[in-house]
Design a protein around this ligand. Structure first.
Ligand code: PNS
Length: 172
């Protein structure tokens, strides 16, 4: 029987506990879940794509059935290249729903044999957003319980590196 492969795409800048929760539940439904970090040139990210892939690799070390890759170009083309038919996404709230329905319908219009499958984020994680998490760390707050411990460490490392670079830069 063909293996059911689900592609879980996203920016993941950085991955949160909510993202990890989607993968952990996804591997119970699908034979394989491939986390796909999108290479986008239109947005500015804190972590580079290879850094985000590295973080995911560590998070998935003990998760059988899950792996991580990066992709560029259209998601539907990447999914097809992987021989998959399922795009997996997490849903937190109605705001997500509006954005997700638009993407899911557009992706289906591009490739009608693809299905987007949603997993409702665990209630305790439904408020988590990578953008808020970055802001909290930047302003010296704790994000314990919002991101895996190793992600919090990487966030602090990255933000203090950026701060040092800013201090070294000549004043404008
Ligand atoms: O975590 P995000 O930022 O909500 O993820 C959005 C993502 C990466 C899934 C979406 O922007 C995407 O699929 N990008 C790849 C380019 C593409 O296929 N765009 C058309 C989407 S309908």
């Amino acid at each position: 029987m063909a293996k059911r492969v689900a592609i879980y795409p996203g920016s993941f800048d950085p991955p949160t506990i909510g993202h990890l929760n989607v993968v952990l539940r996804g591997v119970k439904i699908f034979d394989r879940v491939i986390v796909a970090v999108a290479e986008s040139t239109s947005k500015k990210y804190l972590f580079s794509v290879p850094e985000r892939v590295e973080i995911w690799k560590k998070l998935l070390e003990k998760v059988p059935g899950a792996s991580v890759e990066s992709f560029s170009g259209l998601l539907v083309d990447y999914v097809q290249r992987k021989g998959a038919h399922i795009i997996l996404r997490g849903l937190r709230n109605v705001t997500d729903f509006e954005y997700e329905i638009q993407m899911a319908i557009t992706n289906r219009e591009l490739k009608p044999d693809l299905e987007t499958v949603f997993i409702m984020t665990e209630g305790t994680y439904s408020h988590l957003a990578a953008s808020l998490i970055k802001e909290i760390v930047m302003l010296g707050g704790s994000v314990k319980g919002m991101v895996p411990a190793l992600v919090e460490k990487e966030l602090r490392k990255k933000l203090s590196k950026n701060q040092r670079a800013k201090e070294k830069a000549p004043a404008q």
